[in-house]
Unconditional design. Structure first.
Length: 371
């Protein structure tokens, strides 16, 4: 059985206005107490999993703010498989060559870098706690540091961003030869300052046509650079897919530890930890929420998690959950090349990639229980 471990590190220097993640801005976060809580939680949780994890992902927040010696301690406690992918999210302005070397010594072999944009105006809008020069410098340092792989995040469809500006972002990123790129259209998450300002009319939201044009431009430009689209928002050179994220997209189990972390146990239970770091430190093994989904919800989750991946929905595994897909409800989607049937898999068609989220809902509605 393949499985991974997600470790949430919530510390941030500042909160981005579009961010809806569980983050906490603290000048002196309780990193040692938090590490001890993570250790206690994992030791209680590990009995649910057989063997060793083949991936560990330190997400946040800004995990690169967590001391390397404590990250090393955690890697040793988690004891992943010898060739496991061990990823750390890092932001420009938080690391230099010496710290990158410390991360390597801690056992980190892959970085996920929050670049977002190379345009100074758009970086100011996003309230990034670093300069555009910091972003370029980080990518250059990482290329020389000796990590097995790394990824860069890029955001598009920003207010008042035009196609030419986004193309410059793509050209700058491609020139730095990334092995993996994660591409995200800016979305209005409930309760964020960005969403509140958008609703107040402070700036215009990008129209759907511009969004689609930017996405298609990115797919074309990244493909020309040798980066294959293997999930709606993710592109990689051969051998550089995110092993950890493929656990999510292929509906495999994973442990979730840290404040507000979600997990999916091999027995089918879904888990959520307490979101406030202080409460988590006090009692890390006390779930905020744990449930076993109904058969229909489990089938819907499989559609949600797997359709966005290039391999799509394995219809045999869907059948093992007691469900199939109504052929009549799929007919129109197949006719318009929004989805395709390929060797017992339902996959996104040529016209379906940029509307995958909407297709998830329609395909979930097509679920029918086997008798």
């Amino acid at each position: 059985m393949q499985w991974g471990i997600y470790v949430h590190i919530p510390w941030c220097r500042s909160r981005c206005p579009y961010c809806a993640f569980n983050v906490e801005v603290r000048e002196n976060p309780p990193t040692k107490a938090y590490t001890d809580a993570l250790t206690k939680h994992w030791r209680a949780l590990s009995s649910h999993f057989e063997g060793q994890a083949d991936s560990v992902f330190f997400g946040g927040g800004t995990p690169s703010l967590h001391p390397p010696e404590l990250l090393k301690e955690l890697v040793e406690v988690l004891s992943p498989a010898p060739q496991a992918e061990i990823t750390l999210e890092a932001n420009p302005g938080t690391v230099g060559p010496e710290l990158l070397n410390d991360f390597l010594e801690a056992g980190i072999n892959r970085l996920s870098l929050g670049i977002q944009t190379f345009d100074p105006k758009h970086a100011r809008f996003l309230n990034r706690a670093h300069s555009v020069a910091d972003a370029r410098d980080l990518l250059k340092m990482v290329r020389m540091a000796g990590f097995e792989s790394w990824s860069a995040d890029l955001i598009f469809a920003l207010p008042n961003q035009n196609l030419t500006q986004f193309e410059r972002d793509l050209d700058t990123l491609v020139s730095l030869d990334p092995p993996h790129v994660s591409l995200y259209g800016l979305t209005a998450e409930p309760g964020t300052p960005y969403t509140q300002a958008l609703q107040a009319g402070a700036f215009p939201e990008q129209d759907e046509d511009t969004w689609a044009d930017m996405y298609e431009l990115a797919v074309s430009r990244l493909s020309q650079a040798g980066l294959e689209r293997y999930e709606v928002s993710n592109f990689a050179r051969k051998g550089h897919r995110s092993r950890h994220n493929e656990h999510y997209w292929r509906a495999r189990p994973y442990a979730g530890i840290g404040a507000g972390a979600h997990g999916w146990l091999p027995n089918g239970q879904r888990t959520v930890t307490r979101s406030r770091p202080d409460e988590y430190i006090e009692n890390p093994c006390d779930w905020a929420h744990i449930e076993t989904p109904t058969a229909r919800n489990a089938a819907k989750e499989r559609v949600l998690s797997t359709l966005r991946h290039v391999d799509g929905i394995d219809l045999r595994k869907l059948s093992s959950l007691g469900f199939s897909l109504d052929e009549h409800k799929l007919a129109s989607l197949l006719e318009h090349n929004l989805v395709e049937l390929r060797e017992n898999h339902l996959v996104l068609g040529t016209n379906g990639w940029n509307i995958a989220d909407g297709l998830v809902r329609r395909i979930s509605d097509a679920l029918c229980q086997l008798t």
